[in-house]
Design a protein around this ligand. Structure first.
Ligand code: KIV
Ligand code: NA
Length: 275
């Protein structure tokens, strides 16, 4: 299994790092079989798996539950789990308790937290406690209410400089990596160059050290419209619908189950059944 030091080496060797989200046993198995470098149990599960319209309702219990399933499906892959909304803001004690559950009870190898200077202390404290932390800057979906929607971040010089500063602070606080979401590729390139830790982009162009996408987006599974930065590499929606419609049709037409899918008993035992 790759470790955080391996990801740093991959950056040095300019070998792109592939991260993919997974939320349950089958998606984790798929991700590991596809040889992704690391799995993210993202709080995006609130939207793509649980049907909420943001990541805000996701709880620590949800993250623990799903991480456990991912662990069972991907025993050989580095797993990062999102700390959900407000699970690392109320107090340091609460933060440490929540992160401990995600690492110790659920088995994640690292946690991810959104935000810049406001979570620097959190990154530092968790790192000192032995919990590896991945930072997340740019579009931080847990702050959607403050950001006023899902928009590209760091487009003007002021906010771009702030992002670079935040990224450096995350690194100095001990973050093992940084997810950079929805920023102009030029800004992502500067941050990637100026930091030693791997920068994993999503909607951040092709000059970052790696990429991350949401499992359901990559295979077009249960999702409709997707953001500009998503490429749908295949679409299973149609296959699923055609399979399910055929099941319904064949039960209605008595075509299923045929002899092939049916158990039988010997004829001479039959008479006693009818009394
Ligand atoms: O929750 C998630 O899936 C994420 C990625 C989009 C980076 O945080
Ligand atoms: Na997330």
């Amino acid at each position: 299994m790759k470790q955080s030091t391996d990801f740093k080496k991959m950056k040095e060797n300019k070998e792109p790092i592939v991260m993919l989200t997974a939320y349950d046993f089958p998606s984790a198995k798929h991700a590991e079989e596809a040889n992704v470098d690391m799995i993210l149990v993202g709080d995006s599960l609130g939207m793509v798996v649980l049907g909420y319209d943001s990541t805000i309702p996701v709880t620590v219990d949800d993250m623990v539950h799903h991480t456990k399933a991912v662990k069972r499906g991907a025993k050989q892959t580095f797993i990062v789990t999102d700390m959900p909304f407000m699970s690392y803001h109320i107090s340091m004690e609460d933060t440490l308790r929540n992160a401990t559950r995600i690492i110790q009870e659920a088995g994640a190898h690292a946690v991810k937290v959104e935000g810049g200077n406001d979570v620097i202390q959190v990154i530092q404290r968790l790192t000192e406690s032995g919990i590896p932390v991945v930072a997340h800057l740019g579009l931080t979906p847990q702050a959607v209410g403050v950001l006023g929607g899902y928009k590209v971040q760091g487009k003007d010089i002021e906010s771009a400089k702030k992002l670079i500063e935040d990224a450096k602070q995350c690194e100095a606080a001990g973050a093992i990596g940084l997810v950079l979401e929805c920023v102009p590729r030029q800004l992502a390139e500067v941050i990637t160059e100026q930091l030693m830790i791997p920068i994993i982009g999503i909607g951040a162009g092709n000059q970052t050290d790696g990429q991350v996408l949401v499992y359901h987006d990559v295979i077009s599974y249960g999702v409709g419209r997707v953001p500009k930065f998503v490429k749908q590499f295949t679409s299973v929606n149609e296959q699923i619908q055609s399979g399910l419609k055929q099941y319904v049709a064949e039960v209605k037409s008595l075509e299923f189950p045929s002899e092939e899918h049916t158990f039988t008993m010997k004829d001479n035992q039959l008479s006693s059944l009818y009394g």
